[in-house]
Design a protein around this ligand. Structure first.
Ligand SMILES: CC(C)(COP(=O)(O)OP(=O)(O)OC[C@H]1O[C@@H](n2cnc3c(N)ncnc32)[C@H](O)[C@@H]1OP(=O)(O)O)[C@@H](O)C(=O)NCCC(=O)NCCS
Length: 185
């Protein structure tokens, strides 16, 4: 568990299932995502059970792990962060973040990812990156605000099942030393 005065990054709990299903099913939240938007409580509970079989940050290369973001005071779930270790030896990690619409535009995404980066870079992670749809302006703004470098633009790199179109993506990355320099700067 990682926490600040306001937020907690923790394992999912069965009690989160309803809120998790609600924001995942929200078409605006899912607009640039490839997940299903018709999940029910049973699916959400199964997903949470699967996630909790792997202790936070202790999984193998290639597996995605979902971390719950909750408000410290009430322990209410407000979103999640997915992380995937690409290469444990070199500490190359991909992440993605989702917030319930009700909790967007309040700085919680920036604060959650700052907590995550502080934790992962303190553990000697070498590099963290994220890939986002080229029109996902909130996501791009967040990644830039975190000081991440735009590393590449991918032409028609994923297929959007909803619109039945290939879409472009952008990749942003940050090295351990860049995060530490940014903090000391
Ligand atoms: C991507 C996503 C997590 C970004 O969330 P967000 O709420 O826009 O991001 P932040 O937490 O950084 O909040 C940003 C805004 O909160 C505002 N804000 C309000 N109160 C604030 C506070 N106390 N502190 C900081 N910012 C605050 C800021 O002004 C900022 O707006 P600005 O960037 O226009 O200046 C969100 O849009 C989302 O969940 N999208 C759907 C899923 C998705 O597509 N994820 C991307 C996967 S890579």
């Amino acid at each position: 568990m990682i926490e600040s005065d306001e937020l907690v990054l923790r394992n999912f709990k069965p009690g989160d299932a309803g809120l998790f299903a609600n924001y995942r099913n929200d078409p605006q939240v899912a607009r640039f995502q490839t997940w299903k938007t018709d999940i029910d409580l049973k699916y959400a509970l199964r997903f949470i059970k699967q996630m909790n079989e792997i202790p936070l940050f202790e999984y193998d290369k290639g597996e995605w792990s979902q971390i719950a973001i909750a408000l410290k005071e009430s322990d209410r779930l407000i979103g999640d962060i997915g992380i995937q270790i690409q290469d444990p030896a070199f500490g190359n990690i991909e992440f993605g973040i989702t917030l319930s619409r009700k909790f967007q535009q309040r700085g919680y995404a920036f604060k959650s990812i700052t907590l995550l980066f502080d934790y992962l870079f303190a553990k000697n992670t070498h590099r963290i990156y994220a890939v986002t749809d080229y029109q996902n302006t909130s996501s791009i703004k967040l990644l830039k605000k975190l000081g991440m470098r735009e590393e590449g633009y991918y032409i028609e790199s994923y297929y959007d099942q909803r619109t039945k179109r290939w879409r472009d993506e952008m990749r942003f990355a940050l090295l351990n030393r860049e995060w530490k320099n940014r903090e000391s700067g």
